[in-house]
Design a protein around this ligand. Structure first.
Ligand code: HPA
Length: 265
């Protein structure tokens, strides 16, 4: 990955924390970050441009609680038709810029019967059900060929986040995230199958980015917003509107949780 030419205000800015803002969290970059500069994806050679409405499609650089952060305001999904290596290019770019810790957020359907829409879930581990892997193909410039995945989501930092959330009275689940390609939602039979596999939540993102970040030796934290009960868990059809509505309803709590987690990193 060749670094893009950065605007003048960013040439001396060395981000240490990377942030992927999922559904409903795009406002975090505007509301919580003291912005130093922005870089639209369209200005980066070889970069995909997000096709999802409401995803702005830019990097936002700035300060959060004394930390230098780079946020993806708008992310890429496999179901948009991008190749795995395209959609994980931002992680390689963040790594080249010096990012050591990556915080990935997403919206997910709750499989665990104890979860209710509006809950947050710290990713304890994941199941890659995408049928492919972002590391397939030519050996890229950095990283190990066969990276270890026995602790994708940093154990010490998870512990600190759990303790902090408890001290703040923020309810936080911790569970296994299973990634499917989407874009169709799952069938009830698939959700029952995923439950027997040990999944607590299901979504259409995060796993490719987390795999590449671990390949590059970054510390990773994942947080899901449980936006709906997964198919067959509650009656009635699933809609993107329900997902967006829940994500929007709890976005300020999600932002507080994320900011608190970053401050611990
Ligand atoms: N399934 C897959 N992805 C999702 C869901 C779901 O129920 N909710 C939010 N993202």
């Amino acid at each position: 990955m060749k670094l893009p030419k950065l605007p003048a205000e960013l040439t001396d800015f060395k981000p240490e924390v990377g942030l992927i803002l999922g559904s409903g969290l795009g406002f975090f970059a505007d509301d919580r970050i003291e912005v130093v500069g922005r870089l639209p994806y369209g200005e980066i050679e070889g970069f995909p441009v997000s096709t999802v409405p409401g995803h702005a499609g830019q990097f936002v650089f700035g300060h959060l609680d004394g930390r230098r952060v780079i946020c993806m305001q708008g992310r890429f999904h496999f179901y948009e038709g991008y190749r795995m290596e395209q959609l994980t290019l931002p992680i390689r770019m963040m790594h080249k810029l010096g990012v050591q810790s990556l915080f990935v957020t997403n919206a997910a359907g709750g499989i665990n019967p104890g979860y209710v829409p509006g809950d947050f879930m710290l990713l304890h581990d994941h199941i890659n059900f995408l049928g492919t892997n972002p590391l397939i193909g030519a050996v890229v410039d950095e990283g190990v060929r066969f990276p270890d995945m026995s602790e994708v989501y940093d154990k010490d930092l998870r512990h600190q986040i759990r303790e902090w959330a408890r001290s703040q009275g923020i309810a936080l689940q911790e569970g296994i995230y299973l990634a499917t390609t989407g874009p169709s939602f799952e069938t009830p039979a698939e959700i029952r199958a995923f439950a027997t596999l040990g999944a607590d939540a299901v979504g259409m993102s995060t796993v490719p980015e987390a795999i590449v970040a671990r390949q590059l030796g970054m510390r990773v934290i994942g947080i899901s917003c449980i936006t709906n009960a997964a198919a067959g868990i509650s009656s009635g059809p699933l809609t993107h509107e329900e997902v967006a509505e829940t994500a929007d309803r709890v976005r300020h709590q999600f932002a507080d949780l994320l900011a608190g987690a970053i401050a611990l990193s």
